[in-house]
Design a binder for this molecule. Structure first.
Ligand code: M6R
Length: 611
């Protein structure tokens, strides 16, 4: 969603601002802008409702000689107010002295706008963020210190904000945050502020994340305040975004690279975590109380990853689980003894954070996130790091796989600690998980050869069905989500047994029906139901499948013998994780054949910070 960049460098700030904005593009945006201080102490502002490249052309046409090294920039993903240049950030005060970029939502913006208008302030946009510029302007009339003025102004705000305020007169720049991420960094090139470490990865090796209530002046010596008191600046952390992580290497796009990285990510996670599972250390180190029930909270792909983890916990440990769509959490009723597992790759998803507000500290919260500095990580009682590395494609791929693996390992460890499974059983289950990198790699290779041709056969279809049973169902759901977000085709996932209760009406000659075949014997009847109506069945499964990507032949045999999908040991109980690889590749290939941008699907954002 919205992104912030600010720079305080020698020379001209615009190349830094534009490069930073380009690195924020992956978050999703529909307008962008920058404001740079000029030598004669004014603000030069450029905004565009088109791509960053267009903004770059606009900026190139400026007289750059008069510009200084102090500036701010923003990518906006419209929520309140249409996509117009006037609504794009930075926003200015009446005197065009103060420039502001803002992420978050000012909930009392209407009341503030009425109050400020009554005092003579003139608004130029429809957006809530503009009130901040006028509040700072009003405060500066009485209080000349920008840092204090920003703190006074933010005291009037309700909601969430990450802001950077630039004063053209003094050249001072202040950043402040409340329930919205913001980081600052000192690098050889100068000082930077950004909503996302990735935006400044090219210049900064370390960074400091602002905490709620912090306000910082980026000056020769940073002045750091917390809750209004001056405090020493926190120690900088190493940036997780090594510049190399942003290179595509031989891959055509970030999504392709991130799909291919999954075997390596999982191998790394097993190296890091597997040894601490069977003796319970992975769980006990989290310092959480025991639990009788698990409530998984998340959205989109993270919720699907949670469904896999929950499926493992039910089948292996017989622990009851709830799956809570975060945006619907106000209707959830949790039983005493419940642990909340809140899953979010970004850790900034507003629906998840608001859902936790509603549970109001009554249940312990374990966060599973790819961002240890996120709002979610900060407010949870314990945190599991997904350790997937930077994921730039808007569609979640390797973070899904990493979340599943870390979540399963942690829950296995909890099962040992609570005596629900024996240490030896945990050891054997973890042993089986060591097959995962090979299974993922095998699935990747099989898909690379088969998927392009298969997709050519279905690229004209307007809708797709995805089916699975038992442990395979969350993967079918994830496959349908991936396909719709990337290719803009309708796609729905169903438990295969539900087909005959309605969705079968959708199947006509050539309707593509993707089946995640985990060996469940009853799937064959469901496949026959589709084929009898002329549906185009694509099976992802074992050796006899259209895409032979599920390496569970032994499991399949056991499944057929057991005839019960919830009594299986090991990977068969909650897999096939490797099926996600062909599902991701199918969605990507279809999107490419339809001419869609796979790294930046329309209307979507990497970090969804609105409810
Ligand atoms: O950052 P989060 O994991 O909380 O994001 C949740 C969803 O917005 C996200 O998974 C979304 O569904 C992705 N675009 C899926 O690829």
């Amino acid at each position: 969603m919205c992104g912030i960049i600010g720079a305080r460098v020698e020379g001209d700030a615009t190349p830094f601002l534009l490069d930073g904005l380009a690195r924020l593009e992956y978050r999703g945006y529909d307008s962008a802008g920058i404001a740079v201080r000029t030598r004669d102490r004014a603000l030069t502002v450029s905004r565009s409702t088109r791509r960053i490249d267009v903004l770059r052309e606009q900026v190139d046409a400026l007289d750059r000689d008069g510009l200084t090294g102090v500036g701010i920039g923003h990518t906006r993903w419209a929520t309140h107010g249409a996509v117009t240049e006037a609504n794009a950030h930075p926003h200015l005060d009446c005197g065009r002295r103060i420039g502001v970029v803002h992420n978050g939502i000012i909930e009392n913006a209407d009341a503030l706008r009425t109050m400020l208008s009554a005092q003579g302030h003139v608004f130029r946009s429809d957006v809530d963020s503009e009130v901040i510029a006028h509040l700072v302007e009003r405060t500066l009339a009485l209080e000349p210190d920008l840092l204090v003025a920003v703190q006074v102004a933010t005291a009037h705000l309700e909601g969430s904000w990450a802001i950077v305020v630039l004063d053209a007169l003094s050249g001072r720049m202040v950043a402040a945050a409340e329930r919205s991420p913001l980081v600052v960094a000192r690098a050889a090139a100068g000082d930077f502020v950004a909503s996302d470490v990735g935006a400044i990865a090219a210049w900064a090796d370390t960074f400091v994340a602002l905490r709620d209530g912090d306000a910082v002046e980026l000056a020769d010596a940073w002045v750091w305040t917390s809750g209004g008191m001056i405090v020493p600046p926190p120690i900088p952390q190493p940036s997780p975004f090594a510049a190399a992580a942003l290179d595509l290497g031989d891959h055509a796009d970030h999504m392709a690279k991130e799909i291919a990285e999954q075997p390596e990510v999982v191998a790394g996670l097993l190296d890091r975590r597997a040894a601490a599972v069977a003796d319970g250390r992975l769980w006990t180190d989290l310092g959480l109380p025991g639990f009788h029930r698990l409530a998984v909270l998340g959205c989109g792909t993270s919720l699907n990853a949670g469904a896999v983890i929950a499926s493992m916990l039910r089948s292996t440990g017989r622990v009851p689980t709830d799956l809570i769509v975060a945006s619907e959490a106000d209707r959830a009723v949790l039983a005493p003894g419940t642990l909340i597992l809140a899953i979010s790759q970004s850790g900034e998803t507003a629906d998840v954070l608001r859902a936790l507000d509603r549970f109001d500290g009554r249940f312990p919260v374990l966060a599973l996130t790819n961002n240890l500095h996120s709002s979610l990580a900060r407010r949870a009682d314990a945190v599991l790091d997904a350790h997937a590395g930077p994921e730039i494609g808007v569609a979640a791929t390797k973070t899904f796989t990493a979340q599943v693996v870390v979540g399963v390992l942690a829950m296995l460890s909890a099962l040992v600690t609570s005596g629900r499974i024996e240490r030896r059983q945990a050891q054997s289950l973890v042993g089986e998980m060591h097959r995962l990198p090979g299974l993922l790699e095998g699935a990747y290779q099989a898909s690379a050869t088969r998927i392009p041709l298969l997709v050519t056969s279905v690229s004209a279809a307007t809708g797709f069905l995805f089916l699975g049973r038992g442990g395979a169902l969350p993967f079918a759901t994830e496959g349908a989500l991936k396909l719709k977000e990337l290719s803009y085709r309708w796609a729905e996932a169903y438990p295969a047994g539900e087909l005959k209760h309605g969705p079968l009406a959708l199947v006509t000659e050539g309707t593509p029906v993707v089946v995640v075949d985990n060996g469940e014997p009853r799937l064959q009847a469901n496949i026959a139901e589709v084929a009898a109506r002329g549906g185009f069945v694509i099976t992802i499964g074992g050796d006899d499948a259209d895409i032979p990507a599920v390496g569970q032949e032994a499991g399949r045999r056991r499944l057929r013998a057991a005839r019960s999908a919830d009594r299986l040991p090991g990977l068969d109980a909650w897999g096939p994780l490797e099926a996600v690889v062909p599902l991701q590749m199918l969605a990507r290939e279809l999107a490419l054949q339809l001419g869609c941008d796979v790294d930046k699907p329309r209307n979507l954002a990497k970090s969804v910070t609105v409810e």
